[in-house]
Structures are given as C-alpha cells and as structure tokens.
Design a protein around this ligand. Sequence first.
Ligand SMILES: [Zn+2]
Length: 77
Amino acid sequence: MIGFGETAVRCSASGCNDAADWRVNWRNPRIHSADRVKVWLACDAHRRTLDDYLTTRGFPTIVTALDEVPELVPDRA
Ligand SMILES: [Zn+2]
C-alpha cells in the first residue's frame, strides 16, 4: 500500500511533484476482483485528469480524501 509514513505524499501524475490531497481509487475489472483497490494519489490539479484517464479505459473509480480508504471499488452502473 501507500507509504503514509513518509514526510509527504506526492501526486501520481507524471511530471508533477506536488503534494497529493486526494486518492483516486480504481480497479481493472478484467484482472482485479471487486475488493481489490489500486490507488493513485493526486494533487488538486490532477485529481480530475487521473480520474478521467481511468474512466476513459472503462475502469471503475472512486475519488476520496487522502485519509479516506474505501473498502472496495464497485463496478460502474
Ligand atoms: Zn499533480
């Protein structure tokens, strides 16, 4: 999982070194079961970018605050 013990968590967007404020929780339904949660961290500016990237690929996502960990990412309706 994510190293929250580090001094700062950084945005997962390539080339971005900003502190992350959001978790973009996602899953690839073809290879992950429903309780498997992958995480990208995002700054305010990239929260939408990363979510859109995953959504475009048909992956279910849930964006939460950094300290809010979802138990699962349900399939899209
Ligand atoms: Zn960023």
